[in-house]
Ligand binder design. Structure first.
Ligand code: HEM
Length: 425
């Protein structure tokens, strides 16, 4: 059943009304607009039960901004240790529980987060950020000179992967195959990629990092893996498995979402010429623009938790072991939290978007992600006069990530900008 079918029949309003929208099914999101569905949920059924389907468990759905914030904050009632996305929550758990940052709670989470922040904090990221700037300007400059490119595959695929690979110390020769694996692992754009293919890709990434950690133990460098190899929590060194799982998490977390946000920003700016002119003419603050691009793209549609104690939300009793999903993609359009949420406004203030989550698991890569997006906006502003999408972009097929895998674009170069870039470069 698709969301288009569901537009007619997917009414909400009672837990007993069989809904025809299955939020666990990637097909629900493929090429369909769920705007009205989310609006109805926020207005009429802010806690909604997605019934069991195709042998999958049912789960709760939160769609309002304020409710999502509250659950993110409350890690005493809601754990991440049984998975934090539908695929693992419905499979009954995450193999990385208690070891991988995103699916670890309590004091170990705090300690692990402190370690990883050493590598991801603004103070240590200077050289990585300078490389992001140089690479982005070079790629946009080349695209401007050539006139056309597929922005998704030629530019947006490369920037986050180069960045995260630099951070982790992944050799250049391995990056293309790693990118292919991460795409298969998460954001399949091809129906021929089965769940088994995705699982195999996830295993291949883990195997890759097992070898890499072993290599770094013998040949330490200046990268995050080398730092983790020499780190301990409570006097106990991190095991190879701990390091491998967290590298996996950084590569998956650091690549997909940034890439999808950048691709979406091109599509959205092309569709909103007034906002593009505002950016081009320097009439908006880049940091605010980045936040609006993030709110608009909402690249990860949901995260989730499992209740470890009973609680009540909007009158519904949440039992121990119930899965509660938090749909940031809906919260980011909640008119209770945003003035005119359906308007793309690069100067939006305030903008408390949910794209990086909230609370103890707030995205640890948010600074890096913002640098990547802002360097893209700055490079576009400086080197491009205008652009248009010249073909039908292809949507990815996922119940977690939202966005496009292709984005054919024609660029009109800013000759003055390119000339001054060439002089400075
Ligand atoms: C956590 C989104 C970029 C690594 C999260 C969470 C969200 C998120 C919503 C919270 C998950 C939860 O509460 O269960 C995004 C978006 C990004 C982005 C939208 C880009 C636009 C990055 C980057 C990295 C990264 C660049 C790494 C370099 C992580 C990690 C966590 C996380 C390791 C787990 C943090 C914790 O559990 O304490 N991200 N992320 N993310 N993100 Fe990101």
């Amino acid at each position: 059943m698709t969301a288009t079918d569901a537009k007619d029949v997917g009414q909400v309003g009672s837990r007993n009304v069989a809904s025809t929208i299955d939020l666990a099914d990637p097909a629900t999101f493929a090429g369909h607009d769920l705007t009205n569905f989310w609006q109805r949920l926020r207005d009429e059924e802010p806690i909604y039960w997605n019934p069991p389907t195709s042998g999958r468990r049912g789960f709760w759905v939160l769609s309002r901004h304020a409710d999502i914030l509250e659950v993110y904050r409350d890690d005493m009632t809601f754990t991440s240790e049984r998975g934090n996305v539908l695929v693992t929550l419905l499979a009954g758990g995450d193999a990385g529980a208690g070891r991988m940052l995103a699916v670890t709670d309590g004091p170990r989470h705090t300690e692990l987060r402190k370690l990883l922040l050493r590598a991801l904090g603004p103070r240590v990221l200077g050289p990585v950020c300078r490389a992001v700037r140089a690479n982005t300007r070079q790629m946009i400059g080349e695209a401007a000179a050539n006139g056309e490119c597929d922005f998704a595959t030629d530019i947006a695929s490369r920037i986050p992967m180069i960045t995260i690979s630099n951070l982790l110390g992944v050799p250049e020769a391995d990056r293309a195959s790693l990118l292919k694996m991460t795409k298969t692992a998460l954001s399949a754009d091809d129906e021929s990629i089965s769940d088994t293919d995705s699982e195999m890709a996830r295993n291949e990434i883990l195997l890759y990092f097992q070898d890499f950690v072993e290599f770094r133990r013998k040949n330490p460098g200046e990268d995050v893996v080398s730092m983790l190899v020499n780190s301990s929590i409570d006097g106990v060194p991190l095991s190879d498995d701990d390091i491998v799982l967290n590298c996996y998490s950084l590569i998956i977390g650091g690549d997909e979402t940034s890439r999808l946000t950048m691709i979406d920003s091109i599509n959205t700016l092309a569709a909103n010429p007034g906002q593009w002119r505002r950016l081009k003419e320097g009439r908006c603050d880049i940091d605010k623009a980045v936040d609006e691009v993030l709110r608009w793209a909402s690249p990860s549609m949901h995260f989730g938790r499992t209740a470890v104690r009973e609680t009540v939300i909007h009158g519904e009793r949440i039992q121990v072991d119930d899965i509660v999903t938090l749909w940031g993609a809906s919260g980011n359009r909640d008119e209770r939290a945003f003035k005119q949420p359906e308007v793309f406004d690069l100067g939006r203030v305030p903008n408390r978007h949910l794209s990086f989550g909230h609370g103890p698991h707030y995205c640890i890569g948010s600074y890096l992600a913002k640098v990547e997006i802002s360097e893209l906006l700055i490079a576009l502003r400086d080197l491009i006069l205008g652009f248009e999408v010249i073909g039908e972009p292809q949507r990815i097929r996922s119940n977690l990530l939202s966005g496009f895998s292709t984005m054919p674009v024609r660029f009109d170069a800013d000759r003055t900008g390119l000339a001054s870039e060439a002089r400075e470069g």
